[in-house]
Design a protein around this ligand. Sequence first.
Ligand code: NAD
Length: 498
Amino acid sequence: MNTIQHWINGAATPAGSTRTAPVWNPATGEQQAQVLLADPADVDTAVSAAAKAFESWRESSLTTRTRVMFRLRELLVEHEDELARTVAAEHGKVVDDARGEIVRGREVVEYACGIISALKGGYSDQVSTGVDSFSFRQPLGVVAGITPFNFPVMVPLWMHPIAIACGNTFVLKPSERDPSASNIMARLYAEAGLPDGVFNVVHGAKPAVDRLLDHPDIEAVSFVGSTPIARYVHEKATASGKRVQALGGAKNHAVVLPDADLEFAANHLTAAAFGSAGQRCMAVSAAVAVGGAADALIPVLAEKATAVTVGPGQDPSSEMGPVITAQARDRVAGYVASGAEDGAVVVVDGRELAVPGHEGGFFIGPTLLDRVTPEMGVYRDEVFGPLLVVVRAADLDEAIGLINANPYGNGTAIFTSDGESARRFQREVKVGMVGVNVPIPVPMSHYSFGGWKDSLFGDTHIHGPEGVGFYTRAKVVTSRWPHVDRSVEAAFDFPTHG
Ligand code: NAD
């Protein structure tokens, strides 16, 4: 049985703890590896390595850091296939979908290649006679990233390239469910010339996370995962004085107005609801059909949901793979049952799906529920599986009201051919990322990514300019280089400009 080790100070290491967790093959239901689970002492070892590395990495020139990022970018292209197949094997998503997350993650490295521009400070000449003022930003120190299972390459890439390019050193605690991609990333950083100890990977679960959250040498924590854990991480790490950005779960609504091209909307809703088996934080999980749109939309959606090819992620003909664990499959099935009990109409039922030759896999097919109402559990909770619910609304006001009343605020979309409705929607909706005829509006890397309400705890969105702000702190220098003129007297009153 392959044992996945930590990566500390430039090398794979078993560290101290011998506790392990299984790594499943979701397509077969069999265990394919085990991953070490760090004890607090193992976390301390990684943080010490990162703290030591910070002493010299903080002094590295911007050119040195940028060159590492350019090389990493090329290595991510060269190793795209290896990474995508590793993700497909442990996560279960189809290989092409895994390639997509690698490309989107790579865009953050491309942004980090331009860190010299992002870190440019400001300069004001002659703010007072003979006095200049300028500002620049400095790295924080050792920073930590704690990431979810659903994007084992892209989500960590939202964090570490920016942190490292800004001069910090990094300890990543990836999901223990699909840990291998992070070790590949560590190897690629080493090949790119990153000094030992700047990027470290500690595998583990709650004890490892808890140690990161209260370790005195960790300056900042970036977290992405479910809302209860995001809230916990935010509370615990801020209580120990750290800077925190904690991105949580989602219930993403897509509004379909009667004037939308329904075939276009249904195609995009199907892909956005069932791609990656619905295990995307930006997956569309609730369609809000306005007015007469619902009756026209449901049969088209049903036809498309039934036509999705479900199979193992490594099979090139698969469009959708299994979910991550048997528990996840059973949770989704439970929500279908509870929705039906609460009065929803099960239009397409994925519970009985069988994938020949993969009977033990964690498969559940695309599922469509109509006439779902806001008080139903299947609407209120994040289900995180291939389940699309349709809620009917009388008009755009009601649709916007529904979205704004929802505790989550990650992503949302509107399908319409009317510019005025789209503009009203984008201005009035209380959600961080909005798509207009774009179902999954994940911002490009030179913008920042983040939700509102219970989808994000903390003040900054992740990567892009807000990421640079998060991983650095500002310094302002007021400077005078006078010819010594002893007639200028030191003043005891507060200095004013003159
Ligand atoms: P999760 O919250 O279970 O786990 C995330 C991380 O927290 C993992 O590294 C895990 O080991 C750790 N963790 C889990 N339980 C913990 C505990 N009790 N104490 C301390 N640490 C703990 O999330 P997941 O199931 O891996 O990922 C799916 C969730 O992530 C969904 O809710 C999804 O919406 C969310 N997500 C959000 C975004 C976003 O950008 N907002 C992006 C991707 C995923």
